[in-house]
Design a protein around this ligand. Structure first.
Ligand code: GTP
Ligand code: MG
Length: 200
């Protein structure tokens, strides 16, 4: 039996930079956050089995708005803009904090957050800052280490353990993922489904 839900529809709803622009239907939301270019959009496409629903790019820092996607007319995935990319102009980098913090602290529909990091490297200072901020605000969050296909299998456990220690989690709580091989898809859905099955 597969734990992956059948995706009957998945469509872009809107982009927003402030609460006036958020969707108003009241559907439960799952947000996806991580460093620029870490693979947020690819992970969303992989979860949904859609190749190009969410635009991916070789140029980090392209996504500068909150992007909302309605799935099965039942819940919403929110692709948050990436952080930590030095080449993004300073005035845009300075908007990231307030824009994302506003969403994370005020959005009633937000049921949980998928925090995406890179399995190849230990979590960055920015990653750790966001993770600990999420926890201190009591937000439901799951840590995912993506691009697993780029790390030899024999190294997976050691990399996951380093991340777990820095994040303050048991390593069994961390999900290893790859948009290339789709590994981790079922495990991640198993964490997301309880969030969206409850009323927001
Ligand atoms: P921004 O929106 O710019 O912050 O980037 P993002 O986090 O949405 O990353 P995106 O999904 O656009 O992927 C960035 C690059 O990494 C693209 O070239 C992807 O093809 C590649 N990529 C993403 N996930 C994986 C993965 O699991 N494995 C491999 N090998 N490449 C990946
Ligand atoms: Mg993206």
């Amino acid at each position: 039996m597969s734990l992956v839900p059948v995706i009957r529809s998945a469509q872009f709803v809107t982009s927003a930079v402030a609460p006036q622009g958020y969707p108003k239907e009241g559907l439960p939301e799952v947000a996806f956050a991580g460093r620029s270019n870490v693979g947020k959009s690819s992970l969303i496409n992989t979860l949904l089995g859609r190749k190009k629903l969410v635009r991916t790019s070789a140029t980090p820092g392209r996504t500068q708005t909150l992007n909302f996607f309605r799935i099965n007319d039942a819940f919403i995935f929110v692709d948050l803009p990436g952080y930590g990319y030095a080449k993004v102009p300073a005035h845009i980098r300075e908007q990231w904090g307030p824009m994302v913090e506003k969403y994370l602290t005020t959005r009633r529909e937000l049921a949980g957050l998928v925090h995406i990091m890179d399995l190849r490297h230990p979590p960055t200072a920015d990653d750790l800052q966001l993770w600990h901020w999420l926890r201190s605000h009591g937000l439901e969050a799951v840590a995912v280490l993506t691009k697993a296909d780029k790390v030899p299998r024999g190294r997976h456990m050691a990399h996951a353990q380093t991340a777990a220690r820095l994040l303050g989690l048991p390593s069994t709580d961390i999900i290893l993922f790859s948009a290339t091989t789709r590994e981790g898809t079922e495990t991640l859905w198993a964490r997301i489904l309880p969030w969206i099955q409850q009323p927001a």
